[in-house]
Design a protein around this ligand. Structure first.
Ligand code: 13P
Length: 242
């Protein structure tokens, strides 16, 4: 299975940020690491220009969200078909920030994931527990419920991202054994060929240890993906084919 290092830029990035991606490509000096998929998910405004510039350079481009329908009267929304048309290969769905900020339910996340598949891309379905849920010993139950409710039934490619809500943007990470427990649990509930990414305060300094965990098949990186140096550090820590 190929590891995936995916950057989620969230609501960050202007046209000038293309320079940061160019810096990353320059660091590879012409050849991206073998056995590794590299994905950058910029804001929707930059998907088309990034995809046009970098899809042939070994960096795939993805979206951060989509509407479950193909088209229609939904002012301000973007459909999976539009992201595919702009050159996206993957779309993140169900990120905890969308579940929290926009009240997205498991059923809606599943509908979005199905729309991504229908548009010929692969969804990255995010799951993860809050601090309170972990402290109450409910992390596995919560994530299990999210998986049951949000994962589409398909033989096509899907990616799962386990992102504990309390680890996002905080500098906190679960212990290695807690990461291992959760990824083993998710693997037990899903197809063997589905990549399970870990996300939440992944940095160059902790990437090697996290990416070495069994059933961790890559990382979904927020803050550290905005700087070419940091993202390159994480990519360099990845063991490649696992
Ligand atoms: P950070 O890497 O900034 O903690 O964000 C993780 C994340 O939410 C990626 O989707």
């Amino acid at each position: 299975m190929k590891m995936m290092i995916a950057g989620n830029w969230k609501m960050n990035g202007l046209a000038a940020s293309q320079g940061e991606l160019q810096n990353l490509i320059d660091m590879f000096s012409g050849s991206t690491p073998e056995g590794l998929d590299i994905l950058v998910c910029p804001p929707a405004t930059l998907v088309a220009s990034f995809a046009a510039s970098y899809s042939d350079e070994g960096v795939m481009i993805g979206g951060q969200d989509c509407h479950p329908e193909d088209s229609g009267a939904h002012t301000g929304d973007i459909s999976a078909a539009m992201l595919a048309d702009a050159g996206a290969a993957y779309v993140i769905v169900g990120h905890s920030e969308r579940r929290a900020d926009h009240g997205e339910s498991d059923a809606l996340v599943k509908a979005k994931a199905e729309a991504v598949l229908a548009a010929g891309m692969a969804p990255i379905v995010c799951v993860g527990e809050t601090k309170e849920e972990r402290e109450a010993g409910k992390a596995l139950d919560i994530v299990g419920g999210q998986l049951d409710g949000s994962l589409p039934q398909t033989n096509d490619e899907i990616v799962i991202a386990y992102e504990p809500v309390w680890a996002i943007g905080t500098g906190l990470t679960p212990t290695i054994s807690d990461i291992a427990e959760m990824h083993d649990f998710i693997r037990g509930k899903t197809r063997q060929d589905i990549r399970i990414l870990y996300g939440g305060s992944v940095k160059p300094g902790n990437a090697q240890e996290i990416l070495a965990v069994k059933n961790v098949n890559g990382a979904l990186v927020g803050g550290a993906s905005l700087k070419a140096n940091d993202l390159f550090g994480i990519i360099s820590a990845a063991p490649g084919n696992v």
